[in-house]
Write a protein that binds this ligand. Structure first.
Ligand code: TXA
Ligand code: MG
Length: 495
């Protein structure tokens, strides 16, 4: 018989660790829940941190242990349909169809709340999120306690969700009463969340039950995630506004139409620092990399890799973007949050001048003539937000049959530099400024136009500001000359 392990932290709370298969372990966990305590337990998605959903005081402890903001509501876990009827109102026909098809399983449904359900569990909302997990330990625990169990993911708020008991221990040891140890979570991503309290069912969090699978049952499903949430606006799933899944390591997502381009870019970055940089690559991309800097990525192990990066002292990790359909939507949703939206788009070039009113917007428009399949944007190192393209620049473009509809001048930001595949500056002086703004890792992609086109060329594009139309036309001609060369070079090297 295995000895029961328990550890005490400075706060003084003893966390007991029991394997779910040990005799009496599930009953012990159920008793703790019934008595208002906290138990972490396995589910098929991620480990949950459970408390009695009907006990306000117990629920309060969840928020405290996780450091979770109190307006972020919890998902209630149930083991049978009678529990659903106790906590949710308005269980529609379409809800019944979804339940038939996907429960038990990784789908959370949001209903209007039944009367008498605590505001603490729903973060003050009039709705309640419910799911029936597809995991025997979880189901046995809920049945043994015979109460609905509120359970967020059992991680410290802001950290990657835990997919093993060891992850829970790393975050919550000494802060909760018990960890019921089971298998590693097989799905590895949190449940899909679908709001059924809205006129059109709304997908609030993508997961392995995909949009396409829901549409097959429901017809139309609206998308309510990844939207930009302004500070004063309540997000549909309150959890969406908080920082999530962030490893200590910086994470950058590399987007490119062609995989080989993304791999070339990442390999170049890895050379910057062998020990502290790494790549997360799925099986199809693995052959691009050497083993020692590469973590094999799948939807099942995404969260455990994010934790592993920190254990291994990685400072900067790169990951290929995946296509945002099917389960890919869920993976990208988690990756974007973990990366704090740090995305490099290798199909985007960035032109930089001073005010973003003459040279760089003209360059942006001229680039589009070449149909490279690669988008161009422009910024100014001293641009004033709200200015627009100068009259002579616009006239010059029109004579070339080019347009820049709705153009607004925008000051250059660090994010712009990070995101672009290359940064093309009008002059050496601009390049200097951009180099100072950029972090070291991104300096290798900053050039003047002439330098990028010909390696050794030193030629600035003179500022036409204040000049007559001819001055602008000359400027456009010189931009066109360099851009033609750049396009040719990129085609030749296929980057
Ligand atoms: O797979 C899962 O769902 C895991 C396991 C443990 O079941 N749980 C989980 O819980 O991921 P948590 O708390 O980490 O994420 C719950 C999300 C949050 O973003 C929260 O804002 C949202 O669900 N949510 C909960 N109740 C809601 C409601 N009534 N309306 C809108 N969003 C809600
Ligand atoms: Mg969570």
């Amino acid at each position: 018989m295995t000895a029961v392990r328990s550890t005490r932290n400075v706060v003084g709370l003893m966390t007991r660790y029991r394997n779910a298969s040990e005799l009496g372990a599930i009953k012990e966990a159920a008793d703790i829940l019934k008595n208002g305590g906290l138990v972490a337990f396995p589910t098929e998605t991620v480990y949950g941190l459970g408390a009695n959903a009907l006990d306000g005081q117990a629920l309060g402890k969840i928020f405290e242990a996780k450091g979770r903001p109190s307006d972020n509501p919890l998902i209630v876990h149930i083991a049978d349909m009678s529990m659903l009827e106790d906590i949710a109102a308005d269980i529609s026909d379409s809800a019944q169809r979804l339940i038939q098809k996907f429960w038990p399983g990784p789908l959370t449904l949001i209903f209007s709340k039944a009367q008498g359900i605590s505001d603490i569990v729903s973060g003050g909302l009039s709705t309640i999120a419910v799911r029936m997990p597809d995991n025997n330990v979880a189901l046995e625990l809920i049945r043994a306690a015979n109460i609905p169990i509120a359970a967020p993911s059992a991680n410290t708020s802001g950290k990657p969700s835990p997919t093993s008991a060891a992850h829970v221990e790393a975050d919550l040891n000494g802060k909760i009463d018990m960890v019921l140890e089971g298998e590693n979570s097989s799905v590895g991503l949190e449940s899909t969340i679908l709001d059924l309290s809205t006129p059109v069912p709304t997908l609030l969090r993508p997961g392995v039950i995909t949009l396409e699978m829901l549409e097959e049952v429901l017809g139309t499903v609206a998308i309510g995630y990844d939207s930009l949430i302004k500070n004063d606006e309540a997000p549909k799933a309150p959890g969406m506004k908080y920082k999530h899944y962030a490893p200590n390591a910086k994470l950058t997502i590399i987007k490119a139409k062609r995989d080989v381009r993304a791999a070339q870019f990442i390999r170049k970055q890895l050379e910057v620092d062998n020990c502290k940089y790494a790549v997360m690559a799925s099986a199809e991309h693995l052959s691009f990399y050497q083993d020692d800097k590469c973590y094999l990525l799948s939807s099942e192990n995404l969260f455990s890799i994010l934790r592993q990066l920190d254990y291994d002292g990685i400072e900067h990790a790169f990951v290929h973007a995946v296509e945002e359909s099917g389960v890919g939507s869920a993976i990208m949703n988690r990756l974007k949050k973990a990366a704090n939206n740090d995305i490099v788009d290798l199909d985007e070039v960035l032109f930089v001048c001073t005010g973003n009113t003459c040279r760089s917007p003209m360059a942006q428009a001229i680039w589009q003539r070449y149909n490279t399949g690669c988008n161009a944007i422009s910024r100014g190192v001293a641009a004033r937000q709200g200015d627009t393209i100068s009259e002579n620049a616009l006239k010059t473009l029109r004579e070339m049959n080019l347009e820049l509809p709705d153009f607004i001048s925008t000051p250059l930001s660090k994010k712009d530099i990070e995101r672009a595949s290359i940064v093309l500056c009008m002059s050496a002086a601009h390049k200097n400024v951009v180099m100072q703004i950029a972090e070291t890792a991104y300096r290798g992609k900053i050039y003047t136009l002439a330098e990028y086109a010909e390696n050794t060329a030193h030629e600035d594009i003179p500022d036409p500001y204040g000049g007559n139309l001819d001055v602008y036309k000359n400027c456009a001609a010189s931009l066109d000359k360099w851009i033609a060369k750049i396009v040719e070079k990129r085609n030749a090297t296929k980057i």
